[in-house]
Design a protein around this ligand. Structure first.
Ligand code: IPE
Ligand code: IPE
Ligand code: MG
Length: 252
């Protein structure tokens, strides 16, 4: 007698209730709530950051499986330097270790990784690792994975202004040539389209200086889930909500 096996859920497949043709091209995430996740378990905050790395790894894989073209994750803001020195040091070391550990797999999985933010202010060894990982994956054609590290939206806009002002001063750009398209090319995110969907975990309803220019018409999705608990099911919910939105872009 043959025994019927229960059908195994194929995690790689896009859930059947989602419309493949109406997926966001670019998803951005504010990975918030690591500290609270740890606190709820009586653990030091850094344990939440460690667990947060796993959540990001899983989301990247899920985006890849479901055919999302670009994922951008907020890892460290220009304001996060104001945290206790031990936490900042831990995060910088964590970023470096994770990059080193995951690089080979990203190469094999065809991931193109890039970092955006004021990278020159990061520890030298982290900068080197960032450089290596960007160089090693730049020829990949799969998902564009952007990590915002020492990133601030205002700072990004200011550095664009400075660069454009210099070009104007040198007579290479006329002031009336400065339009939205030109300005966007001076942002850190010049090579990726604006996010269609921004997910923030831990229930906070603010941008915290993330992608201020790029989010002009991006859809916001806030979930109470803390970042380390954000999984495929949560992401599925975010995408379902996104597909129910009506993006008007100011029209009727
Ligand atoms: C987000 O989690 C991670 C970083 C900012 C690096 P938090 O560390 O902000 O966690 P909460 O908000 O204190 O819970
Ligand atoms: C935003 O989270 C920055 C990152 C997730 C990297 P924060 O925890 O720093 O934001 P605020 O302070 O609650 O606005
Ligand atoms: Mg926070």
């Amino acid at each position: 007698m043959t025994v019927m096996q229960p059908s195994v859920l194929n995690l790689k497949e896009l859930p059947s209730d989602l419309d493949r043709n109406r997926l966001p091209r670019h998803v951005a995430v504010i990975m918030d709530g690591n500290g609270r996740w740890a606190k709820h378990r009586g653990l030091p905050r850094i344990m939440g950051h460690r667990q947060g790395v796993d959540a990001l790894k899983k989301l990247l894989r899920c985006c890849k499986d479901w055919g999302i073209e670009a994922l951008t994750a907020y890892a460290f803001s220009t304001e996060n330097w104001g945290r206790p020195l031990e936490e900042v040091d831990f995060l910088m070391t964590l970023f470096e270790r994770v990059l080193m550990r995951e690089l080979q797999e990203m190469i094999e999985e065809n991931v193109r990784i890039q970092f955006v933010g004021n990278l020159a202010a990061l520890p030298r060894s982290l900068q080197d690792q960032i450089e290596r990982s960007m160089t090693a994956t730049q020829g990949n054609s799969g998902i564009q994975f952007t990590v915002a590290t020492n990133y601030g939206g205002r700072e990004e806009i200011l550095q664009a202004c400075r660069a454009i002002a210099t070009q104007v001063q040198q007579g290479k750009i006329q002031p009336d040539e400065i339009d939205e398209a030109l300005f966007s090319r001076y942002l850190y995110t010049a090579n990726v389209c604006d996010p269609d969907l921004l997910i923030r975990t831990s229930g906070e309803m603010r941008l915290s200086n993330f992608l201020l220019w790029q989010m002009a018409y991006g859809e916001l999705y806030i979930t109470e889930a803390l970042w380390p608990d954000f999984d495929r099911t949560q992401f599925h919910q975010a995408l379902s909500a996104y597909q129910q939105r009506h993006r008007r872009f100011g029209k009727v």
